[in-house]
Design a protein around this ligand. Structure first.
Ligand SMILES: NC(=O)c1ccc[n+]([C@@H]2O[C@H](COP(=O)([O-])OP(=O)(O)OC[C@H]3O[C@@H](n4cnc5c(N)ncnc54)[C@H](OP(=O)(O)O)[C@@H]3O)[C@@H](O)[C@H]2O)c1
Length: 324
């Protein structure tokens, strides 16, 4: 048996409990992993709350099809299916839960070997667990769509969050001049990870600034894309990670489809080679995960409530195995 986060109906964190459930079966092609750390993403609390409604179309209309949350993880191989090679019991690994994209907040998970990446000793389980959804979203925005070159001026809206803290560092590592948008309390943080300038959106109207940018990565979506585009130089590009509360994802998709200078990250690419690419950036010191808070598994509801405040600085990690 094992302990697993469990929820039967959508709602606030009151719907969550930790239950004793049977360990997952080890099927062909899979590896059983003892989970040590899980980093949370907005996806987790959105799935819990079924917010926005479209979540229900994918994860269950009236009640959730999957009863556990958590997409990212880092842990240790517990057992390996006979047809799997390349992994041994005791190997440290990290990744993203596939294909379900949810269910890592469990003592054990069964995961296709094709999605697992070996974790080097040089990085803790807590840090490795952050190299999942947020890091890959930053990677897709910066390395696939925006591709800044040295000297480019890049504006990052939402720079102090899970994606933003990686995006700032990735853009800086490519030689870009980064302007970070965040609240004043996070100015020091974003400067410490490479932002050369900061716009405190609580005291300055972002749309009123005079500087123009080659590239913009917008995680927040609190200004319509046509207004954000006014901050671009001629020929500049805008990438959206989110439709934002006002516009919503479908509207953002329509806008991005019609405008060649705008891209929206719709179906995040989560394959192993991307996880390896992000790990390489970490191994070579070009990115360093920013961890805001860590919670023990018993306090996972508090951790999800904190991420749902949208005020987290970098990543929030839940430890399923207590640290030495
Ligand atoms: N397209 C995809 O595949 C994909 C994948 C992952 C996530 N997402 C979406 O991307 C968004 C960001 O994800 P995340 O993991 O970075 O979230 P997060 O970690 O929860 O973001 C929290 C950060 O947002 C900042 N923030 C809040 N309001 C802001 C505003 N008005 N202007 C600037 N910054 C503001 C906060 O900074 P302050 O406290 O300083 O305000 C905080 O540091 C979410 O909506 C998420 O659902 C999309």
């Amino acid at each position: 048996m094992m302990k697993s986060l469990y929820f039967e109906k959508y709602g606030s964190s009151d719907v969550l409990s930790i239950r004793e459930l049977p360990k997952p079966e080890l099927k062909a092609g899979r590896v059983l992993v003892k989970v040590h750390a899980v980093s949370l993403n907005p996806l987790d609390w959105r799935l819990m709350q079924a917010d926005p409604f479209v979540i229900r179309l994918i994860f269950g209309l009236c009640k959730p099809k999957h009863h556990c949350l958590g997409a990212d993880f880092s842990g240790v191989v517990e057992s390996v299916a006979d047809d799997v090679s390349g992994f041994e019991v005791g190997d440290e690994v990290f990744g993203i839960m596939t294909p379900e994209i949810t269910g890592t907040l469990s003592e054990y998970i069964s995961i296709p070997a094709s999605g697992l990446v070996p974790k080097p000793d040089s990085i803790t389980h807590q840090k490795a667990s952050t190299l999942g959804v947020a890091a890959l979203t930053a990677y897709e925005g910066i390395h696939d769509y925006l591709t800044p070159i040295a000297g480019d001026r890049v504006l990052i809206n939402g720079a102090s969050g899970g994606i933003g803290t990686f995006a700032v560092q990735m853009a800086r590592a490519l030689g870009a001049q980064v302007t970070a948008v965040c609240s004043g309390r996070n100015e020091q943080l974003v400067r410490s990870i490479g932002a050369g300038a900061v716009v405190d959106y609580q005291s300055v109207d972002l749309l009123s600034i005079e500087e123009r940018f080659d590239l913009i990565y917008d995680m927040i979506g609190n200004h319509p894309p046509k207004h954000m585009k006014q901050l671009l130089k001629e020929g500049g590009r805008l990438v959206l990670a989110s439709g934002g509360e006002g516009m919503g994802f479908f509207k953002a998709m329509q806008i991005a489809k019609k405008d060649d200078s705008i891209d929206l990250i719709v179906d995040l690419k989560k394959d192993k080679t991307r996880l390896e690419a992000v790990l390489e950036l970490s191994n070579t010191g070009r990115i360093e995960p920013v961890i805001d808070r860590e919670y023990p598994f018993e306090e996972v509801a508090d951790a999800l409530d904190y991420v749902a405040t949208k005020r987290a600085r970098g990543k929030v990690v839940v430890n399923l195995v207590s640290k030495d």
